[in-house]
Design a protein around this ligand. Structure first.
Ligand code: FCB
Length: 451
């Protein structure tokens, strides 16, 4: 058997990512909680409920992460806990976050904190939330407060998680469901493209305001925005129309966050708006990678900008049609994003796989691509697997299981999955080896380590 060891760069960070609403439990003061109460909004009528009980005991799982050799963790703070009413700060909630961050630091886990991960306090959504530009100064004030309160323990910040996904699923997707996803609608569940563009603009401006706010409090901070990039391909590579719909999707959805937060250019349906202060408001790029999306031109769906998603024969599709597993995509995207000349963190990457029979291969094949990028001097700094523990997966409820650790939400019992053991070996050694491949996914040996 050929023996090989793929070494990751010496300071490479290894960990997982989580989001407040998905793990904390009892978050009752935000738009998602309200949305969960509505009929038909969440798969099988499920609710976040106690989630993973992190508000009371995040430490138990963070301790497991430390034992698994994690050196980093990306989490988010819940705005509606910290500022439950306009301008009223909850010191106990702030202290709770300080405790969590300190707990991580004491175990040599470097925290990365996201300020907005899909949830907005009710007092703001009652005034239109991100549809209303008045949210921008509120978000700026919140960012200032969080940086002041948590800056002792954290200097690596994400402003907004996946602005384009948040905007699309909340303001554009509305109805109907698409073929690839089971049920993906976010609050407020609208279907209004113009409004969607306004929301995106407010999100980008909010990002910029928070970027400067955090830097004013903490000049040494590293602040970035997190972008969800799928690897997009035209069904027919030579078809100008297929290439057109891919280009359009790329420009409006995938590339737009990068263009806004790095070049200060906010794309519109036609053209773009230049906002000088937004240029260069990213010290790093956060890249969330999940899947490949193949598109073809379809004149019958103007509402989807004529882009129909297709599944190629033989494509590997994950649980509940979540998406196509395509490891090479992460390499191509890292390469593309590296053109902006910023450090890149893979802020999320993972697979819904309740049986955990495909996650070991997913980890191995994707990390091999990340390694390849690192070896080509692409400045990829770390990998945050989505996610540590099974959690409340938004509109999909508890039906998509992304955790390295299985969770029974009723009993709160935990069980380390085999993929968790594998990831732990990778984190502890900072390598991916042929021996790991042989033990976890022998079927991949020939393709990954021929000879
Ligand atoms: C990302 C979200 C994260 C989780 C994963 C599966 O788009 O940022 O909260 O839902 O997808």
């Amino acid at each position: 058997m050929p023996e090989a060891t793929l070494h990751f760069p010496p300071d490479f960070r290894w960990g997982c990512a989580t989001a407040a609403h998905q793990v904390e439990g009892d978050n009752t003061n935000n738009d998602w909680y309200a949305w969960e109460q509505g009929e038909g909004h969440i798969h099988s009528g499920q609710k976040s409920g106690l989630a993973c009980d992190w508000w009371r005991n995040a430490e138990a799982d963070l301790e497991r992460a430390a034992e698994m050799g994690h050196t980093a963790h990306r989490m988010s703070v819940e705005w509606s806990r910290i500022e439950p009413h306009e301008g009223k700060w909850d010191d106990a909630a702030i202290d709770r976050y300080r405790q969590m961050l300190r707990f991580m630091r004491e175990r040599d886990i470097e925290p990365m904190v996201t300020l907005h991960h899909f949830t907005t306090p009710l007092w703001l959504t009652e005034r239109g939330g991100w549809e209303n530009p008045q949210i921008i100064p509120s978000f700026e004030r919140f960012a200032t407060k969080v940086a002041e309160a948590l800056g002792e323990w954290c200097d690596l910040w994400c402003t907004i998680n996946e602005p384009q996904v948040y905007m699309t699923l909340g303001w554009v997707a509305g109805e109907p469901r698409n073929e690839m996803h089971h049920q993906i609608t976010f609050p407020p569940g609208k279907h209004d493209l113009d409004l969607g563009f306004k929301v995106a603009e407010n999100l980008f401006l909010g990002h910029g305001a928070a970027y400067y706010a955090v830097h004013r409090v903490q000049p040494q901070a590293r602040v970035g925005c997190v972008h969800n990039l799928a690897y997009l391909q035209p069904l027919h590579p030579n078809s100008p129309l297929d290439k057109f719909v891919v280009g359009q999707r790329e420009r409006l959805l995938h590339q737009s966050g990068l263009e806004a937060t790095l070049n200060g250019r906010i794309p519109r349906l036609i053209g773009s708006r230049r906002v000088r202060e937004l240029a260069n408001t990213s010290d790093f790029i956060g890249l969330n990678y999940y899947d490949r999306v193949v598109l073809t031109f379809d004149p019958s769906i103007p509402g989807a900008l004529f882009a129909r998603q297709v599944v190629l024969p033989g494509a590997e599709i994950s649980d509940l049609n979540y998406g196509e597993v395509y490891p090479e995509g992460i390499y191509h995207l890292l390469k593309r994003v590296s053109r902006y000349g910023k450090p890149i963190y893979i802020t999320e990457c993972g697979l819904p796989d309740a049986d955990d029979d495909r996650r070991p291969a997913f980890l191995i094949t994707h990390l091999r691509q990340v390694w390849k990028a690192a070896m080509q001097n692409i400045p990829v700094m770390g990998f945050y697997h989505w996610t540590l523990v099974d959690n409340f997966e938004w509109a999909e409820g508890w039906n998509l299981r992304f955790g390295l650790i299985e969770v029974n939400p009723e009993t709160q019992e935990r069980k380390l999955r085999r993929s968790g053991e594998l990831y732990s070996e990778i984190c502890k050694t900072n390598t991916l080896t042929s021996d790991m491949v042989q033990r976890y996914t022998p079927e991949l040996m020939d393709s990954l380590f021929p000879g």
